[in-house]
Design a protein around this ligand. Structure first.
Ligand code: GLA
Length: 382
Protein backbone atom coordinates (compact mmCIF):
# COMPACT_ATOMS: atom_id res chain seq x y z
CA UNK A 1 0.00 0.00 0.00
CA UNK A 2 1.12 3.50 -0.84
CA UNK A 3 0.85 4.72 2.75
CA UNK A 4 3.07 1.85 3.94
CA UNK A 5 5.66 2.57 1.27
CA UNK A 6 5.85 6.26 2.21
CA UNK A 7 5.89 5.54 5.93
CA UNK A 8 8.63 2.90 5.58
CA UNK A 9 10.70 5.24 3.49
CA UNK A 10 10.41 7.89 6.20
CA UNK A 11 11.38 5.45 8.94
CA UNK A 12 14.36 4.13 7.04
CA UNK A 13 15.71 7.64 6.36
CA UNK A 14 14.82 9.48 9.56
CA UNK A 15 14.84 6.54 12.02
CA UNK A 16 11.67 7.71 13.69
CA UNK A 17 7.89 7.23 13.59
CA UNK A 18 5.99 9.88 11.62
CA UNK A 19 2.34 10.81 11.55
CA UNK A 20 0.82 9.92 8.17
CA UNK A 21 -1.72 12.17 6.46
CA UNK A 22 -3.66 11.35 3.30
CA UNK A 23 -5.27 13.98 1.17
CA UNK A 24 -7.28 13.13 -1.95
CA UNK A 25 -7.64 14.58 -5.44
CA UNK A 26 -11.10 15.55 -6.64
CA UNK A 27 -13.61 15.24 -9.42
CA UNK A 28 -16.34 17.77 -10.10
CA UNK A 29 -19.64 16.25 -11.21
CA UNK A 30 -21.11 19.58 -12.34
CA UNK A 31 -20.63 23.33 -11.77
CA UNK A 32 -17.54 24.34 -13.72
CA UNK A 33 -16.02 27.82 -13.56
CA UNK A 34 -18.76 28.79 -11.13
CA UNK A 35 -16.70 28.83 -7.91
CA UNK A 36 -15.00 32.16 -8.58
CA UNK A 37 -18.39 33.57 -9.61
CA UNK A 38 -19.87 32.82 -6.15
CA UNK A 39 -22.00 30.07 -7.70
CA UNK A 40 -22.48 26.38 -6.89
CA UNK A 41 -20.17 23.43 -7.54
CA UNK A 42 -20.71 19.71 -6.99
CA UNK A 43 -17.41 17.98 -6.36
CA UNK A 44 -16.22 14.87 -4.52
CA UNK A 45 -12.91 13.52 -3.22
CA UNK A 46 -11.56 10.42 -4.97
CA UNK A 47 -9.47 7.34 -4.31
CA UNK A 48 -6.31 8.95 -5.63
CA UNK A 49 -4.32 10.74 -3.00
CA UNK A 50 -1.19 12.37 -1.62
CA UNK A 51 0.37 10.58 1.33
CA UNK A 52 2.59 12.61 3.63
CA UNK A 53 4.73 11.10 6.42
CA UNK A 54 6.01 13.89 8.63
CA UNK A 55 7.51 14.62 12.02
CA UNK A 56 8.98 17.67 13.81
CA UNK A 57 12.78 17.51 14.15
CA UNK A 58 13.22 20.09 16.95
CA UNK A 59 15.33 22.40 14.79
CA UNK A 60 14.76 25.10 12.19
CA UNK A 61 15.45 22.99 9.14
CA UNK A 62 12.79 21.32 7.01
CA UNK A 63 13.82 18.38 4.91
CA UNK A 64 11.17 17.44 2.36
CA UNK A 65 11.54 14.37 0.13
CA UNK A 66 9.30 14.01 -2.93
CA UNK A 67 9.37 10.24 -3.29
CA UNK A 68 7.85 10.00 -6.79
CA UNK A 69 10.08 12.68 -8.21
CA UNK A 70 13.29 11.37 -6.62
CA UNK A 71 13.86 14.90 -5.48
CA UNK A 72 14.19 16.76 -2.19
CA UNK A 73 14.71 20.21 -0.73
CA UNK A 74 15.98 21.54 2.52
CA UNK A 75 14.91 24.95 3.76
CA UNK A 76 15.20 27.02 6.90
CA UNK A 77 11.82 27.70 8.45
CA UNK A 78 12.89 31.21 9.49
CA UNK A 79 13.43 32.41 5.93
CA UNK A 80 12.86 30.88 2.51
CA UNK A 81 12.23 31.97 -1.05
CA UNK A 82 10.03 30.69 -3.83
CA UNK A 83 11.63 27.62 -5.37
CA UNK A 84 12.29 27.38 -9.10
CA UNK A 85 11.61 23.63 -8.97
CA UNK A 86 7.85 24.13 -8.87
CA UNK A 87 6.58 21.40 -6.54
CA UNK A 88 8.06 22.82 -3.27
CA UNK A 89 6.01 26.01 -3.66
CA UNK A 90 2.73 24.27 -2.80
CA UNK A 91 4.28 23.34 0.56
CA UNK A 92 6.24 26.55 1.15
CA UNK A 93 3.10 28.52 0.36
CA UNK A 94 1.25 26.69 3.13
CA UNK A 95 4.07 27.33 5.62
CA UNK A 96 4.00 30.99 4.68
CA UNK A 97 0.25 31.20 5.26
CA UNK A 98 0.59 29.71 8.77
CA UNK A 99 3.38 32.18 9.52
CA UNK A 100 1.35 35.13 8.23
CA UNK A 101 -1.37 34.18 10.68
CA UNK A 102 1.20 34.12 13.48
CA UNK A 103 0.90 30.33 13.76
CA UNK A 104 4.25 28.67 14.29
CA UNK A 105 5.53 25.92 12.02
CA UNK A 106 8.69 24.35 13.44
CA UNK A 107 11.39 22.39 11.61
CA UNK A 108 10.26 19.02 10.28
CA UNK A 109 11.31 16.00 8.25
CA UNK A 110 8.97 14.62 5.65
CA UNK A 111 8.51 12.14 2.82
CA UNK A 112 5.52 12.46 0.53
CA UNK A 113 4.23 10.70 -2.57
CA UNK A 114 0.96 9.89 -4.26
CA UNK A 115 -1.02 8.36 -7.07
CA UNK A 116 -2.91 11.40 -8.38
CA UNK A 117 -1.87 11.71 -12.02
CA UNK A 118 -0.12 15.05 -12.49
CA UNK A 119 -1.56 17.55 -14.95
CA UNK A 120 -4.75 15.50 -15.34
CA UNK A 121 -6.96 18.14 -13.71
CA UNK A 122 -7.55 16.07 -10.57
CA UNK A 123 -6.11 18.75 -8.29
CA UNK A 124 -2.94 17.10 -7.09
CA UNK A 125 -1.72 20.56 -6.09
CA UNK A 126 -4.72 21.22 -3.84
CA UNK A 127 -4.29 17.74 -2.31
CA UNK A 128 -0.64 18.52 -1.57
CA UNK A 129 -1.47 21.86 0.04
CA UNK A 130 -4.25 20.35 2.13
CA UNK A 131 -2.07 17.42 3.25
CA UNK A 132 0.54 19.81 4.64
CA UNK A 133 -1.98 22.25 6.09
CA UNK A 134 -3.62 19.34 7.91
CA UNK A 135 -0.25 17.99 9.08
CA UNK A 136 1.00 21.34 10.45
CA UNK A 137 -2.31 21.94 12.18
CA UNK A 138 -2.04 18.55 13.89
CA UNK A 139 1.69 18.54 14.70
CA UNK A 140 1.85 22.10 16.00
CA UNK A 141 -1.59 22.04 17.64
CA UNK A 142 -3.16 25.08 16.02
CA UNK A 143 -6.78 23.94 16.20
CA UNK A 144 -7.74 25.44 12.86
CA UNK A 145 -11.13 24.31 11.56
CA UNK A 146 -11.49 22.39 8.30
CA UNK A 147 -12.76 25.54 6.63
CA UNK A 148 -9.75 27.52 7.82
CA UNK A 149 -7.47 24.83 6.40
CA UNK A 150 -9.30 25.06 3.07
CA UNK A 151 -9.00 28.84 2.91
CA UNK A 152 -5.38 28.78 3.98
CA UNK A 153 -4.52 26.21 1.29
CA UNK A 154 -6.33 28.21 -1.37
CA UNK A 155 -4.48 31.36 -0.26
CA UNK A 156 -1.16 29.48 -0.56
CA UNK A 157 -2.00 28.66 -4.17
CA UNK A 158 -3.29 32.17 -4.96
CA UNK A 159 -0.51 34.10 -3.31
CA UNK A 160 2.65 31.98 -3.19
CA UNK A 161 2.21 29.69 -6.21
CA UNK A 162 0.48 32.51 -8.08
CA UNK A 163 -2.52 30.63 -9.51
CA UNK A 164 -5.80 32.47 -9.02
CA UNK A 165 -7.91 29.33 -8.51
CA UNK A 166 -11.31 29.35 -6.80
CA UNK A 167 -12.09 27.47 -3.59
CA UNK A 168 -13.51 24.25 -5.05
CA UNK A 169 -10.43 22.02 -5.23
CA UNK A 170 -9.19 22.55 -1.69
CA UNK A 171 -12.74 22.37 -0.35
CA UNK A 172 -13.34 19.03 -2.06
CA UNK A 173 -10.06 17.57 -0.87
CA UNK A 174 -10.81 18.43 2.77
CA UNK A 175 -14.60 17.95 2.93
CA UNK A 176 -15.06 14.90 0.69
CA UNK A 177 -17.19 12.02 2.04
CA UNK A 178 -17.24 8.42 0.80
CA UNK A 179 -20.04 7.70 -1.72
CA UNK A 180 -21.36 11.26 -1.55
CA UNK A 181 -21.02 14.33 -3.68
CA UNK A 182 -21.72 17.72 -2.20
CA UNK A 183 -23.19 20.96 -3.37
CA UNK A 184 -21.05 23.83 -2.21
CA UNK A 185 -22.41 27.35 -2.24
CA UNK A 186 -19.27 29.31 -3.04
CA UNK A 187 -20.88 32.52 -1.75
CA UNK A 188 -21.94 31.44 1.74
CA UNK A 189 -19.65 28.35 1.84
CA UNK A 190 -22.62 26.30 3.08
CA UNK A 191 -22.60 22.78 1.74
CA UNK A 192 -24.87 19.78 1.58
CA UNK A 193 -23.99 16.14 0.93
CA UNK A 194 -26.00 14.07 -1.52
CA UNK A 195 -25.98 10.29 -1.80
CA UNK A 196 -24.40 9.40 -5.07
CA UNK A 197 -25.61 5.91 -5.72
CA UNK A 198 -24.35 4.68 -9.04
CA UNK A 199 -25.75 1.12 -8.98
CA UNK A 200 -25.55 0.14 -12.66
CA UNK A 201 -22.99 2.79 -13.54
CA UNK A 202 -19.35 3.55 -12.94
CA UNK A 203 -17.33 6.78 -13.07
CA UNK A 204 -14.55 6.60 -15.63
CA UNK A 205 -12.06 9.37 -16.35
CA UNK A 206 -10.50 9.60 -19.79
CA UNK A 207 -7.21 11.46 -19.46
CA UNK A 208 -6.37 13.28 -22.69
CA UNK A 209 -2.80 13.65 -21.39
CA UNK A 210 -2.80 17.07 -22.94
CA UNK A 211 -2.01 20.23 -21.04
CA UNK A 212 -2.10 23.21 -23.35
CA UNK A 213 0.22 26.00 -22.28
CA UNK A 214 -2.56 28.60 -22.32
CA UNK A 215 -4.50 26.92 -19.51
CA UNK A 216 -3.52 29.30 -16.71
CA UNK A 217 -3.46 32.52 -18.75
CA UNK A 218 -6.88 31.72 -20.24
CA UNK A 219 -8.19 30.83 -16.77
CA UNK A 220 -7.24 34.29 -15.54
CA UNK A 221 -8.72 35.86 -18.68
CA UNK A 222 -12.04 34.09 -18.03
CA UNK A 223 -12.10 35.47 -14.51
CA UNK A 224 -11.57 38.97 -15.86
CA UNK A 225 -14.24 38.49 -18.52
CA UNK A 226 -16.73 37.49 -15.83
CA UNK A 227 -15.78 40.57 -13.80
CA UNK A 228 -16.35 42.77 -16.85
CA UNK A 229 -19.77 41.19 -17.30
CA UNK A 230 -20.67 41.94 -13.68
CA UNK A 231 -19.46 45.56 -14.01
CA UNK A 232 -21.58 45.96 -17.11
CA UNK A 233 -24.69 44.61 -15.40
CA UNK A 234 -24.06 46.76 -12.34
CA UNK A 235 -24.47 49.85 -14.48
CA UNK A 236 -27.98 48.69 -15.43
CA UNK A 237 -29.31 46.77 -12.43
CA UNK A 238 -29.12 47.01 -8.64
CA UNK A 239 -28.02 44.37 -6.16
CA UNK A 240 -25.50 42.52 -8.32
CA UNK A 241 -22.18 41.54 -6.78
CA UNK A 242 -21.33 38.54 -8.91
CA UNK A 243 -22.81 36.37 -11.68
CA UNK A 244 -24.47 34.38 -8.91
CA UNK A 245 -26.90 37.26 -8.49
CA UNK A 246 -27.91 37.30 -12.16
CA UNK A 247 -30.81 35.42 -13.79
CA UNK A 248 -30.74 34.30 -17.39
CA UNK A 249 -33.72 36.59 -18.16
CA UNK A 250 -31.90 39.58 -16.70
CA UNK A 251 -28.81 38.77 -18.73
CA UNK A 252 -30.72 38.34 -21.99
CA UNK A 253 -32.59 41.59 -21.41
CA UNK A 254 -29.26 43.43 -21.50
CA UNK A 255 -27.66 41.43 -24.28
CA UNK A 256 -27.41 44.44 -26.60
CA UNK A 257 -25.29 46.32 -24.09
CA UNK A 258 -22.74 43.51 -23.99
CA UNK A 259 -19.62 42.75 -25.94
CA UNK A 260 -20.66 39.43 -27.59
CA UNK A 261 -17.73 37.47 -26.13
CA UNK A 262 -18.38 38.71 -22.59
CA UNK A 263 -22.05 37.90 -23.06
CA UNK A 264 -21.27 34.27 -24.02
CA UNK A 265 -19.02 33.85 -20.99
CA UNK A 266 -21.65 35.22 -18.61
CA UNK A 267 -24.41 33.16 -20.22
CA UNK A 268 -22.46 29.97 -19.65
CA UNK A 269 -21.83 30.76 -15.97
CA UNK A 270 -25.44 31.73 -15.25
CA UNK A 271 -26.74 28.59 -17.01
CA UNK A 272 -24.17 26.40 -15.28
CA UNK A 273 -25.22 27.67 -11.84
CA UNK A 274 -28.83 26.77 -12.75
CA UNK A 275 -27.72 23.33 -13.91
CA UNK A 276 -26.18 22.57 -10.51
CA UNK A 277 -29.45 23.45 -8.79
CA UNK A 278 -31.34 21.30 -11.29
CA UNK A 279 -28.94 18.40 -10.73
CA UNK A 280 -29.57 18.50 -6.97
CA UNK A 281 -33.31 18.07 -7.60
CA UNK A 282 -32.61 15.26 -10.04
CA UNK A 283 -30.37 13.47 -7.54
CA UNK A 284 -33.07 13.70 -4.87
CA UNK A 285 -35.40 11.96 -7.33
CA UNK A 286 -32.73 9.39 -8.18
CA UNK A 287 -32.71 10.58 -11.80
CA UNK A 288 -29.15 9.87 -12.91
CA UNK A 289 -30.14 10.00 -16.58
CA UNK A 290 -31.30 13.60 -16.15
CA UNK A 291 -28.08 14.36 -14.28
CA UNK A 292 -26.05 12.98 -17.20
CA UNK A 293 -27.99 15.09 -19.70
CA UNK A 294 -26.93 18.17 -17.79
CA UNK A 295 -23.31 17.02 -18.03
CA UNK A 296 -23.59 16.93 -21.83
CA UNK A 297 -24.98 20.46 -21.78
CA UNK A 298 -22.14 21.61 -19.54
CA UNK A 299 -19.64 20.30 -22.05
CA UNK A 300 -21.36 22.12 -24.90
CA UNK A 301 -21.35 25.37 -22.91
CA UNK A 302 -17.71 25.00 -21.89
CA UNK A 303 -16.77 24.30 -25.48
CA UNK A 304 -18.87 26.85 -27.42
CA UNK A 305 -19.60 29.68 -24.99
CA UNK A 306 -16.84 29.56 -22.39
CA UNK A 307 -14.28 28.29 -24.92
CA UNK A 308 -12.08 26.39 -22.50
CA UNK A 309 -12.20 23.03 -24.25
CA UNK A 310 -9.79 21.80 -26.91
CA UNK A 311 -10.03 19.41 -29.82
CA UNK A 312 -8.88 16.41 -27.79
CA UNK A 313 -11.51 16.96 -25.07
CA UNK A 314 -14.27 17.61 -27.62
CA UNK A 315 -13.22 14.42 -29.40
CA UNK A 316 -13.34 12.37 -26.19
CA UNK A 317 -16.79 13.68 -25.32
CA UNK A 318 -18.13 13.11 -28.85
CA UNK A 319 -16.80 9.56 -29.00
CA UNK A 320 -18.23 8.77 -25.59
CA UNK A 321 -21.64 9.89 -26.84
CA UNK A 322 -21.27 7.89 -30.05
CA UNK A 323 -20.27 4.78 -28.08
CA UNK A 324 -23.74 4.70 -26.54
CA UNK A 325 -22.17 3.33 -23.36
CA UNK A 326 -22.44 6.52 -21.27
CA UNK A 327 -25.31 8.51 -19.80
CA UNK A 328 -23.15 11.56 -19.11
CA UNK A 329 -19.79 12.83 -20.36
CA UNK A 330 -18.00 16.14 -20.23
CA UNK A 331 -14.65 17.82 -19.91
CA UNK A 332 -13.82 18.51 -16.28
CA UNK A 333 -11.92 21.27 -14.45
CA UNK A 334 -10.25 24.40 -15.75
CA UNK A 335 -9.92 23.20 -19.35
CA UNK A 336 -7.42 23.11 -22.22
CA UNK A 337 -6.52 19.53 -21.33
CA UNK A 338 -6.94 17.10 -18.49
CA UNK A 339 -9.75 14.57 -18.27
CA UNK A 340 -13.28 13.96 -19.38
CA UNK A 341 -15.63 12.57 -16.74
CA UNK A 342 -17.96 9.80 -17.89
CA UNK A 343 -20.88 7.99 -16.24
CA UNK A 344 -20.54 4.60 -17.90
CA UNK A 345 -22.90 1.62 -17.88
CA UNK A 346 -21.15 -0.81 -15.55
CA UNK A 347 -21.58 -3.86 -17.78
CA UNK A 348 -19.99 -1.96 -20.67
CA UNK A 349 -17.10 -0.50 -18.69
CA UNK A 350 -14.30 -2.62 -20.20
CA UNK A 351 -15.71 -2.24 -23.65
CA UNK A 352 -15.91 1.53 -23.16
CA UNK A 353 -12.31 1.77 -22.01
CA UNK A 354 -11.09 -0.32 -24.95
CA UNK A 355 -13.16 1.63 -27.44
CA UNK A 356 -11.99 5.04 -26.18
CA UNK A 357 -8.34 4.00 -25.97
CA UNK A 358 -8.44 2.56 -29.45
CA UNK A 359 -10.26 5.42 -31.15
CA UNK A 360 -8.08 8.09 -29.46
CA UNK A 361 -5.01 6.35 -30.75
CA UNK A 362 -6.36 5.55 -34.20
CA UNK A 363 -7.86 8.95 -34.99
CA UNK A 364 -5.65 11.38 -33.07
CA UNK A 365 -2.48 9.29 -32.75
CA UNK A 366 -2.50 9.88 -28.99
CA UNK A 367 -2.28 7.58 -26.01
CA UNK A 368 -5.27 7.69 -23.66
CA UNK A 369 -5.12 6.88 -19.97
CA UNK A 370 -8.27 5.88 -18.16
CA UNK A 371 -9.07 5.74 -14.46
CA UNK A 372 -12.04 4.16 -12.75
CA UNK A 373 -12.67 6.37 -9.74
CA UNK A 374 -14.41 5.80 -6.43
CA UNK A 375 -15.61 8.57 -4.13
CA UNK A 376 -13.79 8.66 -0.80
CA UNK A 377 -13.40 10.63 2.42
CA UNK A 378 -11.47 13.91 2.54
CA UNK A 379 -8.11 14.68 4.17
CA UNK A 380 -7.40 12.69 7.32
CA UNK A 381 -4.67 11.22 9.47
CA UNK A 382 -4.13 7.50 9.00
C1 GLA B 1 -9.71 24.81 -11.61
C2 GLA B 1 -9.72 25.73 -10.40
C3 GLA B 1 -11.05 25.65 -9.65
C4 GLA B 1 -12.24 25.83 -10.60
C5 GLA B 1 -12.09 24.95 -11.83
C6 GLA B 1 -13.15 25.21 -12.87
O1 GLA B 1 -9.76 23.48 -11.20
O2 GLA B 1 -8.68 25.38 -9.52
O3 GLA B 1 -11.09 26.58 -8.61
O4 GLA B 1 -12.38 27.19 -10.96
O5 GLA B 1 -10.82 25.10 -12.46
O6 GLA B 1 -14.41 24.83 -12.39
Amino acid sequence: MLSEIIKNKFTSIFKDDPIVVRSPGRINMIGEHTDYNEGFVMPAAIDKEIICAIRPNHGNKCKIIANDLNDSIEIDITGFEKSDKGWPNYILGVIEQFQRKGLEVKGFDCVFGGDIPLGAGLSSSAALECAFAYAFNTLFEHNLSKLELVKLSQAAENEFVGVKCGIMDQFASVHGKADKIFRLDCKSLDFEYFDFVLNDYQLVLCDSRIKHALASSEYNTRRLECEKGVANLQSHCNGINSLRDVSIEQLKKHEKEFDPVIFKRCKFVVEEIDRVIDCCDLLKKGDLIGFGENMFKTHEGLSSDYEVSCKELDFLKEKAVESDMVIGARMMGGGFGGCTLNIVKIDRQDQFINFMTDVYNRELGLELKTYIVKIKDGTSEL
